[in-house]
Design a protein around this ligand. Structure first.
Ligand SMILES: Nc1ncnc2c1ncn2[C@@H]1O[C@H](COP(=O)(O)OP(=O)(O)OP(=O)(O)O)[C@@H](O)[C@H]1O
Ligand SMILES: [Mg+2]
Length: 1038
């Protein structure tokens, strides 16, 4: 039953809805798969790596907005067919918005929260885009409709506020005065709870007015965003609609607060984590969101009966949402999801979050405000006064004096009542006047858009794009920059923007831009230094990262959809100019472009996401004179693991000290965290203006600084196959850097040896590697010399070490450090021993390489030390590998228990049997030889034996050589096979595309089989030659 009496608290849970949006461009480019499915109120998500692994959740509402829609003539996204499953904005409003409105009209507080990862559709649902209006504007429109339809029974007052929480600071988005440093304060009132002190409350009486206020708020948000942080995704936007309903007849006043919250992108919680960073996570990077999660979890636990502390006070957001969560409010959360497989982790975490939120219990009550109670009380008093007056009237003249007094009181009370009520009217009139001037500005802007060329801001958050428009009006020159001291100046703010940054000139209906010296201006991805003529839809980047689209004269404007020039487009264009092009990822070594590998695409998008941040970090470093430069690198672009499989690619940021040439390598997460901390420092020291804190930061708190560490420069592969045949290998291998550059050449050897370390001879070469099984294998890794070290060539005060990890060794081993030498002698030799070669080790030798990692040392950084914990050594100081079989062996040797002694006995038996077997084999072959010799009638048996003795090694050596050639040629065949494996058709390929794919695949296959045939036939040919020679020499056929 709905609560009617104001005192009655209704206990109800937070209602939770989930909505899944269509694929975006990135996801379509990546050929993403939809992993979300929905049936009535349940939603399932499938793990893209394991289709068996699927999780199902149930919620109050689920909305399928992924497919089955079309755009109608008004630009609205609607279901393709009537009754289709596509949930459009109207149907979402009907369930969620209408409920909020009904609650508010009944006098309850109501809250609507949107939660989800960046770009998942929070703002689309809450605010909307273009004609597809979201919950907030529709709710306001319906609110005023309701107010009008009910105006006979009540008087309504609506106040509108809009604020942003960024970095734990509250910014009033509707404030008329300039932004106060440190933001507005959040205070607590004993009765009403937390509120924002000095927040502007604008009286409103139409939906149009609200829309205009939202536009104004978005404009403020955009300006703040372009000022320093480009990413509004890190800020929370709150709209507070206060509704007061005065029922004069019933003498009741109801007051409700509607909180509409568009939360910051949720994924930042993890991706910006400071794992492994020396410095703590940027204090407030997402404190509000993290605390919101904690509050929700605690409330969910409380609903299960646990007594638990709710950390509302830990962040600004949770203070303001205290009543919405577990308090006096009816609350709805809409969790928005991307449907794509690449967002699995984030979507699952959103669903888990939503699952917890639905357990929260609120206690909503219908509210009466104290002011209205006063009116009620005054009215009640007046009623009493009137009653007394009428009685006095009956009592005659003697009561005249008293009546006079009563009348005075009565008028006073009435005046008071009117004063309370007219205050609203006055405020409304003032707000309307304000609104009219604002509205005139907007109309003026719309008119100018139809007359002049202009530049329009493009923001990472689509909600904040096309908000700022700067017009290049009549003919002549227009300065653009920080300065706003002349009527012909276009004032912009942002990192790296100079007082006077560039000059636009508008002559004979052509617009051009000329950068002022030292100012960075990029047109369509390329930096310009001279006057450059602009074309309609040219992309401009001013300073570090202020992005604008140029809109030409109305006559030049085509019907082209401008929305394709979004933030991603700008960044991709810049990346392409740096040589990192999406096409290059799709190109497979000169063959036809194909569907790019999703992991490569993810790297590409990470790259373009981090690119503007790196530019900004460089700008801040320059302005703060930090002397470090940041550069994006792709980790593992050319790296493979010990099996030759490509390593997962990732983005890293290389930090270089300009003066000392010291280098650091930061992970993506660390860089994001540091960038946030840099912004804090920058704000304090530069953007803070006069009186800002300019004291240099101590090193240990400086986000630009880190202690030096050895750097991973590259790696080389030494294939181990030859060891399985006990053939020595001597190679010069290229040590390749993460992006494929040659870092050095390394001379290395793998030498099968005796336990004492003496190299084995050709006699010991095995034809069949399985002969190694169960036997002891000793080999040495010899690292002779490193040549042409790029790292040391760049700065002589550097050194290197080489690290390697063999089979089951728990830690890598390192060569001693060598310093200041481009071609250092390493002369490093390590012996490894498998006491009883296992099948695992044999497999490893046959299919793996030893990866030799090159580590760069810099002055002041500590060297890498081999950690011998958990390593076992033989008496000869050789490192024991293949420990499972070794431990059997060792247990048998030490043999203290019954089991180990019987094992030892078994081993001894086995050895005896092996010896007997070998003796029998020997006898057998001797007998065969005798037989041969008697067959061939050769008299001197001894001479034959000598000949055989000299023949075997040479044949085996030839055989080994042939094998070696074979292995080498197989390496390139293996590469070709990997290429073939990666080569897949796109799912969206049409018939022609598929045909082309088949042709190309056939070509690749042919190439592969030719290479393979060539290898095998060379091997056959070599083996045949060896056999022939062997037969000739042994004289079998002579
Ligand atoms: N249901 C939907 N139907 C069609 N397009 C959608 C839908 N939801 C989102 N989009 C589109 O996806 C893009 C990103 O959506 P939106 O701006 O709402 O994300 P967000 O969650 O607010 O991200 P941020 O955290 O960065 O603010 C927009 O271009 C929007 O038009
Ligand atoms: Mg948004």
């Amino acid at each position: 039953m709905r609560a009617k009496a104001s005192e009655m608290a209704s206990k109800d849970c937070v209602k939770v809805a989930v909505r899944v949006r269509p694929f975006n461009k990135r996801e379509r480019d990546a050929g993403s798969r939809c992993i979300i499915s929905m049936t009535s109120n349940s939603i399932s998500i499938q793990d893209p790596r394991n289709s068996q692994n699927s999780r199902t959740f149930t919620f109050d509402y689920t909305y399928w907005s992924h497919s089955g829609f079309s755009r109608n003539k008004d630009g609205l996204f609607v279901p393709e067919e009537t009754g289709g499953r596509y949930a459009d904005q109207a149907s979402v409003f009907l369930d969620l918005g209408q409920g909020i409105l009904d609650n508010a009209l009944q006098g309850y507080n109501a809250t609507l929260l949107a939660y989800g990862q960046t770009g998942s559709g929070k703002s689309y649902s809450m605010v909307g885009y273009g004609p597809n209006k979201g919950l907030i504007p529709t709710l306001c429109q319906r609110l005023f409709q309701s107010i009008r339809s009910m105006q006979d029974s009540r008087q309504c007052q609506v106040f509108f506020s809009m604020l942003e929480i960024y970095n734990e600071q509250v910014v009033d988005l509707l404030s008329k005065s300039s932004r106060s440093a440190g933001g507005l304060r959040v205070r607590e009132d004993q009765q009403t709870g937390f509120y924002v002190e000095g927040l502007r409350r604008v009286p409103c009486d139409s939906a149009l007015q609200v829309e205009q206020l939202m536009e104004q708020g978005t404009r403020t948000r955009t300006t703040a965003a372009t000022h320093i942080n480009n990413s509004s995704s890190r800020s929370h936007m709150l709209i507070i609609v206060q509704l007061k309903q005065i029922f004069s007849k019933e003498c009741i006043t109801k007051q409700s607060n509607i909180y509409l919250v568009d939360l910051a992108g949720s994924e930042r919680q993890r991706s910006s984590g400071s794992e492994g960073d020396r410095l703590k996570e940027g204090t407030a990077i997402n404190l509000s969101l993290t605390t919101l999660g904690n509050v929700i979890s605690a409330l969910a636990d409380m609903a299960l009966g646990k007594k638990i502390y709710i950390p509302y006070r830990d962040s600004v957001l949770t203070k303001l949402l205290q009543s919405a969560l577990g308090g006096n409010s009816r609350t709805v959360m809409i969790a928005t999801l991307s449907p794509a497989d690449i967002c699995y982790e984030e979507s699952l975490s959103t669903l888990r979050y939503a699952e917890r939120a639905k357990k929260i219990q609120n206690k909503a009550v219908v509210n009466e405000s104290p002011t209205e109670r006063l009116v009620k009380e005054l009215k009640a008093e007046n009623a009493k006064l009137l009653l007394r007056l009428s009685r006095l009237g009956q009592e005659g003249r003697k009561a005249e004096d008293e009546s006079k007094e009563l009348r005075r009181l009565l008028t006073h009370n009435e005046l008071q009542i009117r004063a309370i009520q007219t205050l609203w009217e006055q405020h409304l009139q003032e707000a309307l006047k304000d609104w009219e001037t604002q509205y005139a500005t907007i109309t003026q802007e719309r008119r100018m858009m139809q007359m002049y060329p202009y530049i329009m801001n493009v923001n990472e958050d689509a909600q904040l794009s096309s908000v700022v428009k700067l017009f290049i009006q009549e003919e002549g020159e227009w300065d653009i920059g920080l300065a706003d001291n002349s009527p012909r100046a276009l004032s912009i703010r942002g990192l790296g923007i100079q007082e006077k940054h560039a000059v636009f000139s508008n002559q004979q209906r052509r617009v051009s831009i000329t950068p002022v010296s030292g100012a960075k201006v990029i047109v369509n991805g390329l930096q310009v230094s001279k006057r450059t003529e602009l074309q309609h839809l040219d992309r401009l980047v001013l300073g570090s990262n202020s992005t604008y689209l140029f809109i030409g004269f109305p006559s030049e404007r085509s019907a082209e959809d401008w929305s394709r020039y979004d933030y991603d487009y700008f960044q991709s264009e810049l990346a392409a100019a740096e040589g990192f092009h999406i096409q290059s990822l799709c190109d497979d070594q000169g063959h036809r472009p194909h569907q790019p590998d999703p992991s490569l695409l993810a790297v590409f998008y990470d790259y373009i996401k981090l690119m503007p941040m790196v530019t900004e970090a460089n700008q801040m470093s320059a302005e703060l004179k930090k002397g470090v430069e940041f550069k994006l690198e792709i980790k593992n672009l050319a790296m493979s693991d010990s099996k030759g499989h490509d390593l997962e690619k990732d983005i890293a940021v290389k930090v270089t000290s300009v003066e000392s040439k010291q280098v650091w390598m930061w992970s993506k997460a660390k860089f994001i965290n540091r960038k946030f901390l840099m912004e804090e420092v920058y704000q304090q020291q530069v953007a803070g203006g006069e009186g800002a804190d300019r004291a240099p930061l101590p090193r240990d708190r400086d986000p630009f600084w880190d202690p030096l560490e050895p750097l991973h420069l590259g790696s080389a592969h030494l294939w181990l196959q030859s060891l399985a045949f006990r053939i020595p290998l001597e190679e010069q291998v290229e040590m390749v850097g993460p992006e494929g550059t040659e870092e050095a050449i390394l001379q290395a050897q793998l030498v099968p040896c005796s336990p004492a370390g003496l190299a084995l001879g050709e006699d010991d070469i095995l034809i069949d590697p399985s002969e190694l099984l169960g036997k002891r294998l000793d080999f040495q890794l010899v690292l002779d010399q490193c040549c042409g070290l790029r790292w040391v060539k760049e700065a002589r005060n550097r050194g290197v070490q080489i690290g390697f990890q063999v089979f089951d060794c728990p830690q890598p081993l390192y060569t001693p450090a060598v310093w200041h030498n481009v071609n250092p002698l390493l002369d490093h030799r390590v012996q490894f021993t498998a006491l009883r070669t296992s099948q695992d080790l044999l497999n490893y030798l046959q299919s793996n390489a030893l990866v030799l990692e090159l580590w760069g040392l810099q002055e002041g950084c500590s060297e890498l030390l081999s950690n011998m914990d958990g390593m076992k050594m033989t008496q000869e100081d050789s490192v024991i590998i293949d420990k499972i079989s070794a431990s059997e062996h060792l247990t048998a040797e030490t043999g203290s228990s019954d089991l180990s002694s019987s094992l030892r006995a078994l081993h001894q038996d086995l050895d005896k049997l092996r010896n007997a077997n070998a003796a029998l084999k020997k006898e057998n072959s001797a007998l065969r030889e005798q037989l041969n010799s008697s067959r061939n009638g050769v008299e001197n048996n001894r001479g034959r034996q000598e000949r055989r003795g000299s023949l075997r090694p040479s044949c085996d050596a030839e055989f080994a050589k042939a094998l070696k050639v074979f292995y080498h040629s197989m390496t390139s065949v293996r590469g070709q096979l990997q290429r073939l494996r990666r080569h897949k058709p796109s799912e969206e390929e049409d018939l022609l595309g598929l045909r082309l794919f088949v042709d190309e695949h056939t070509f690749l296959l042919k190439d592969f089989s030719e290479q393979l045939e060539q290898c095998v036939s060379t091997l056959k040919h070599d083996v045949a030659a060896i056999v022939r020679r062997k037969r000739e020499k042994s004289g079998v056929w002579s």
